[in-house]
Ligand binder design. Structure first.
Ligand code: 3BY
Ligand code: FES
Length: 432
């Protein structure tokens, strides 16, 4: 009996219309994207092929699958990926596609299994993906080439990343090396999931990301504005007069934060490379307003049990942005991760996960509603902004408008995105 070795196949492809290809090649920098990038099903498919199937994506946290057999599944366009902790406590990422006749194996978003058993004809795989058992096969049946197809996966300081490509971008290692010293003191591998919320926003995934990359709109976030400085994204030389008092507060808080970081050996420097690399990101430890500890009405810590071995709650926020689909706030007392998954041209899943120290006790060390309040409310408000943006860009009257200087990270996101599509067209002209 012969079996053909498995090879990664690409997502379905179809011709790219010349108009769309022209819009991609001729994108005008400094302005929002042309309407089809937000509204067209053709662009949605292109985004899956050129962005989500080719780049490293933040997928989940180690804390979501703490024990052997724990799994989560993730749907990305036509792909379904299983992240499962195997018996050696390593995380495997596997295509959720049975090697018999292709049935989806795990159909829940998360759970725990001994082995991975296909519900169709009961082919049984171990948690590292190897095929353990296939019933009623000939005596010489060779199981070895029929393990579940693997997806590249990396764990960095408690964050799990996957890449669907055969040859994942190698610059992931540069990012992993740089972000690890910022993240490690927060010991995310010693956290537990206090809450996770999925919000489906009525807008394109790029509108969700663009909205995250600026705080021009942050007066629409009264809860967040208690602790996040309203000067976010501004060049200090170009601050409007109304923000000067906040900037003075920021500078004092920043000096305090840098002293605390020096004392506790924490890196704080801004690193930002959001446009050119395949794995593009920014990371920085920034002060918070008020008490400077956490996202609360007065800025004081939500959880009495601080992360890692911290004794000092006033450590601001470690802020990290990753292209294409994630951002993070890592504080002294908790961490919040956000991942964005496109569902359709005009529908996007935003998954928010709150992590606390694994020994923190709900009701004693923290109040769950208080922990979630700021980002639950902020996400809802952002969902409304995104929905309004989607409605507006869907009108024939929409024309791309200019970004303000404090929206430079929005421009960086769109430039990165346009570069990725251009590279895809250059590599494979005429098709997506
Ligand atoms: O997630 C972030 O880091 C940014 C900061 C301001 C707007 N957005 C929430
Ligand atoms: Fe999975 Fe047949 S399709 S066992």
């Amino acid at each position: 009996m012969t079996t053909t070795p498995s090879r990664t196949r690409r997502a379905p492809r179809k011709p790219l219309s010349p108009e769309l290809a022209g819009l991609i090649v001729d994108r005008v920098a400094g302005r929002s994207l042309q309407a089809p990038f937000y509204t067209s099903p053709e662009v949605f498919d292109l985004d899956i092929v050129e962005v989500f199937a080719k780049h490293w994506l933040f997928a989940a946290t180690d804390a979501e699958i703490p024990e052997p057999g724990d799994y989560v599944t993730l749907e990305i366009g036509p792909y379904s990926v299983i992240l499962v902790r195997d018996d050696d406590e390593r995380v495997s990422a596997l295509h959720n596609v049975c090697r018999h006749r292709g049935a989806r194996i795990l159909n829940d978003a998360c759970g725990s299994v001994g082995n991975l058993v296909c519900g169709y004809h009961h082919w049984t795989y171990s948690t590292d993906g190897s095929l353990l058992h296939a019933d009623s096969q000939p005596a010489d049946f060779d199981r070895s080439p029929l393990g579940l197809r693997k997806v590249a996966v990396r764990s960095v300081a408690g964050l799990l990343f996957i890449c669907l490509a055969d040859e994942p971008p190698a610059d992931f290692d540069d990012m992993a090396t740089r972000i690890t010293p910022y993240l490690e003191p927060h010991a995310l591998t010693r956290t537990k999931v206090a809450a996770q919320e999925d919000l489906i926003e009525a807008g394109n995934w790029k509108l969700v990301m663009e909205n995250n990359r600026e705080c021009y709109h942050c007066d629409g976030h009264p809860e967040l504005s208690c602790s996040l400085f309203p000067t976010y994204g501004y060049d200090p030389a170009q601050l409007p007069a109304r923000l000067l008092p906040a900037h003075e507060r920021y500078l004092r808080a920043e000096a305090d934060l840098h002293r605390a970081c020096a004392e506790h050996g924490l890196p704080f420097e801004e690193f930002e490379d959001l446009v050119q690399p395949l794995t593009a990101y920014r990371i920085q430890r920034e002060p918070l307003d008020g008490a400077g500890e956490s996202f609360t009405p007065d800025g004081s810590a939500v959880s009495r049990r601080l992360l890692g071995d911290f004794t000092e709650p006033k450590l601001g926020r470690l802020s990290m942005h990753l292209q294409p689909n994630a951002w993070f706030h890592v504080l002294s007392d908790h961490a919040v991760t956000f991942s964005v998954i496109p569902l359709a041209a005009d529908r996007t899943l935003v998954r928010t996960t709150w992590l606390v120290h694994e020994d923190a006790v709900e009701g004693q060390d923290y109040d769950l509603e208080e922990l979630k309040r700021v980002w639950h409310q902020t996400n809802k408000q952002d969902g409304t902004f995104v929905e309004r943006a989607q409605l507006g860009v869907s009108s024939p009257a929409y024309e791309p408008g200019p970004y303000a200087p404090n929206e430079y990270q929005v421009e960086a996101f769109c430039s990165w995105y346009a570069n990725r599509l251009r590279a895809g067209i250059a590599a494979d002209p005429g098709v997506i």
